[in-house]
Design a protein around this ligand. Structure first.
Ligand code: DX5
Ligand code: ZN
Length: 218
C-alpha cells in the first residue's frame, strides 16, 4: 500500500485549513509538515503552534519533518501539538539513539532523515528502533527542486537493508516527487511519497494525487 503525503510547504497559507481539507478530500494519506529553522537549512517555516492548528483541521496522520538543529529541545512540543510521526535529520543528532527514544517516549512514531550525501550505512545501529526512514531526494530547504537521480540507488540499498533484517520500517521519499519520477522511486522500494509542488501547484488535487498513486502502484 503506497501512501501519498502532500507537503503543506507548497500550500496557500492564507487558506491553510481549506488547503488541508481539500487534499484530505482529494485522497491524501498523510499531511507532511516541513519545519525549518534558518540554521540547519537556509529557510524558515513554522513551529508547533501551526502543527496544533493543522491537527484541529484534519484527522489524517501528521508527518513532521524537522529540519532544525538541536531537535531534542522541540520534540515534546511537536508531540503535544499532535504530530503522528516525528523525523529528525541524522546530521543534526550527536546522540541519535537518545533522540529517537525521546520521540518514542513522547508518543510519536520516530523517523530518521538522510540528506542526499549521507550514506544509508549511518542507519545501521538505529534502523531497528525506527518506524520510518525518510530519504531526501533534494537538498532540504525548499519545495519545487529537481529530484537527484542517484537517490534511486540509495532507496534500493535501504530497502534491501530493511528486508534483509526482517524489519517493517517504512521508506519515505521527499523532494522532486512528480509523475515523472514516482514510478522509479516506487520500484526502488519506497512506501510513502511526499509531494509538495506536484499536488499544490496542480489545478486539480484529486487528479494529481490519483495520478501519483496510480504511477506508484504500477
Ligand atoms: C524540502 C521539503 C519537502 C518539500 C518538497 O526541504 O522537505 O517536503 O516540501 O517539495 P516538492 O515536492 O515540491 O519537491
Ligand atoms: Zn519534507
Amino acid at each position: 500500500m503506497k501512501l501519498i503525503a502532500p507537503s503543506i510547504l507548497s500550500a496557500d497559507f492564507t487558506r491553510l485549513k481549506e488547503e488541508i481539507q481539500a487534499v484530505e478530500a482529494a485522497g491524501a494519506d498523510w499531511i507532511h509538515a516541513d519545519i525549518m529553522d534558518g540554521h540547519f537549512v537556509p529557510n524558515l517555516t513554522f513551529g508547533p503552534m501551526v502543527v496544533e492548528a493543522v491537527r484541529r483541521t484534519t484527522g489524517l496522520p501528521i508527518d513532521v519533518h524537522l529540519m532544525i538543529s538541536e531537535p531534542d529541545r522541540y520534540i515534546s512540543g511537536f508531540a503535544k501539538a499532535g504530530a503522528t510521526c516525528i523525523s529528525v535529520h541524522a546530521e543534526t543528532c550527536t546522540h541519535l539513539n537518545r533522540t529517537v527514544q525521546l520521540i518514542r517516549d513522547s508518543g510519536a512514531r520516530p523517523g530518521v532523515v538522510l540528506n542526499p550525501a549521507t550514506p544509508v550505512e549511518t542507519l545501521r545501529w538505529i534502523l531497528e528502533y525506527l518506524d520510518l526512514v525518510l530519504v531526501m531526494s533534494v537538498n532540504p530547504g525548499f519545495g519545487g527542486q529537481r529530484f537527484i537521480p542517484n537517490s534511486i540507488a540509495k532507496i534500493t540499498l535501504l530497502r534491501t537493508m530493511i528486508s534483509e533484517r526482517g524489519l517493517h520500517t517504512l521508506v519515505e521519499v521527499d523532494g522532486g516527487v512528480s509523475p515523472q519520477t514516482i514510478a522509479d522511486i516506487a520500484a526502488a522500494g519506497a512506501d510513502v511519497f511526499v509531494a509538495g509542488s506536484a499536488v499544490f501547484n496542480s489545478p486539480d488535487y484529486r487528479q494529481a494525487i490519483l495520478t501519483l498513486r496510480q504511477l506508484a502502484n504500477r
